[in-house]
Design a protein around this ligand. Structure first.
Ligand code: AVJ
Length: 320
C-alpha cells in the first residue's frame, strides 16, 4: 500500500478511526508490509517531528528556511504583490511569515484537513499580519476544493513547502499537483519545496539521527496502533531503519522485526518474521531534471529554482 492521501476523520461505534484501522490491516496483509506515513502525526508524532527539525543531522527544514530568508527579493520580483497565497497544509510559524513578508500578498488562505491545526495557524498568522485578510478552509486538498469568494478575483500563489510532495510516489504526486492546478485556476503560480538528491551517508544520517529522535518518531507508530486499535504489538521487537533506495531516489523508513512476533489488531492475527520489515515512509529526493519533469507532468511549467548555500534543498516556482 502506498496510499498516502488524506481523509476526513470517520469514527466507528467504538470511537476507532475507520480509515486508520483499514490502512493498518490492509498494509500489514501485503507481501511487503507497509503503513502510510500520514499516520505518524498523532499528538506525540507531531511533537517528535518538531523535535526532528531541531536535530543536527536533519537539514531540510533549516535549508528551506534559509532559502525563504535569503530570496525574498527574487520572490517579490517574480511573484508580485496582491496574490492570494493558498498554503497546502496549515503552515509553519517560521516559513509562512517569511514568504508573506517578502511578497505583500492580498490574502492568505491556509487549507488543511484538520480544523484544529487550521484555526491555530490562522490565528497566529492574523496576529503577525493584522492587515492581511485570512480565510482558512477546512478541506482535503487531494479532492476538488472551492476557494472562498473573497479571493475569487485575485491571482493565486500556491505554497507547498517542506518537501511534503516527496512523501508521495510519483503517481500520487502528479495527481496532487494537477488537483492544485485545478484548485488555483488560470494565472496561478506555485512555490514548492523539494529536497535534493545527495550522498547516501548524509541522507541516511538525516533519517537516523544519533539522538534517536527519528527512531522514536518511527516507533511511535506502533504505540499509536496499540493504543488506538486495541493491538498488542511488542514494540521492543522492532528497530528503526533508514535506507536509501537508489533506484527510486528515495529514503525509506522501515520498522524491522528483530525476532518472530505474533500479535492481534482489532481481533485479527498477524505475524512478522525475524528480519522482516514494515515500510513506514518514503521521502523522495529530486534533481533539477526530475523536479521539472514532475512539475510538468502535474500541469505546471517551471519558471525559477533556488537552492540553499550548500545545495541541499530546492524551492521551485512554476506557473499554470
Ligand atoms: C515532513 C515529510 C518532509 O520526509 O523529511 C522527517 C518527514 N520523516 N524524518 C521528511 C520525516 C522522518 C519529513 N516530511
Amino acid at each position: 500500500t502506498e496510499a498516502e492521501g488524506i481523509r476526513l476523520v470517520d469514527l466507528d461505534e467504538d470511537g476507532v478511526d475507520r480509515a486508520f484501522r483499514a490502512d493498518v490491516i490492509a498494509g500489514l496483509s501485503e507481501e511487503q508490509k507497509a503503513i502510510p506515513a500520514r499516520w505518524f502525526y498523532d499528538e506525540r508524532g507531531s511533537q517528535l517531528f518538531e523535535d526532528i527539525t531541531q536535530v543536527e543531522e536533519y537539514y531540510p527544514t533549516r535549508a528551506e528556511t534559509e532559502i525563504l530568508r535569503e530570496q525574498g527579493q527574487d520572490f517579490a520580483k517574480l511573484i508580485g504583490p496582491s496574490r492570494a497565497v493558498v498554503e497546502f497544509g496549515s503552515g509553519s510559524s517560521v516559513k509562512t511569515p517569511l514568504l508573506l513578508s517578502a511578497i505583500e500578498p492580498g490574502a492568505y488562505v491556509p487549507l488543511d484537513i484538520s480544523g484544529e491545526f487550521l484555526r491555530a495557524a490562522a490565528a497566529d498568522l492574523a496576529q503577525k499580519f493584522p492587515e492581511l485578510p485570512v480565510h482558512p478552509v477546512e478541506a482535503d486538498f487531494t479532492k476538488p476544493v472551492q476557494l472562498p469568494n473573497q479571493v475569487a478575483d485575485m491571482p493565486k500563489l500556491g505554497f507547498f513547502p517542506g518537501s511534503t510532495i516527496g512523501n508521495m510516489v510519483p503517481r500520487t504526486a502528479v495527481d496532487l499537483l494537477r488537483n492544485m492546478r485545478e484548485i488555483l485556476g488560470d494565472g496561478a503560480s506555485l512555490l514548492i519545496g523539494m529536497d535534493l538528491i545527495k550522498g547516501r551517508k548524509m541522507l541516511e544520517a538525516a533519517y537516523d539521527d544519533a539522538e534517536g529522535v527519528t527512531a522514536a518518531f518511527n516507533l511511535n507508530l506502533l504505540t499509536r496502533i496499540n493504543r488506538e486499535l486495541g493491538a498488542n504489538i511488542p514494540e521492543d521487537a522492532f528497530r528503526h531503519e533508514a535506507r536509501w533506495n537508489d533506484m527510486f531516489a528515495r529514503i525509506e523508513m522501515h520498522l524491522v522485526a528483530e525476532r518472530d512476533v505474533n500479535f492481534t489488531i482489532s481481533g485479527r492475527d498477524f505475524s512478522i518474521r525475524d528480519g522482516e520489515s514494515i515500510h513506514t515512509e518514503n521521502s523522495h529526493k529530486f534533481g533539477k531534471r526530475s523536479a521539472n519533469t514532475l512539475l510538468l507532468a502535474g500541469h505546471w511549467t517551471p519558471l525559477e529554482r533556488w537552492t540553499d548555500s550548500q545545495e541541499r534543498f530546492s524551492i521551485l516556482l512554476a506557473e499554470a
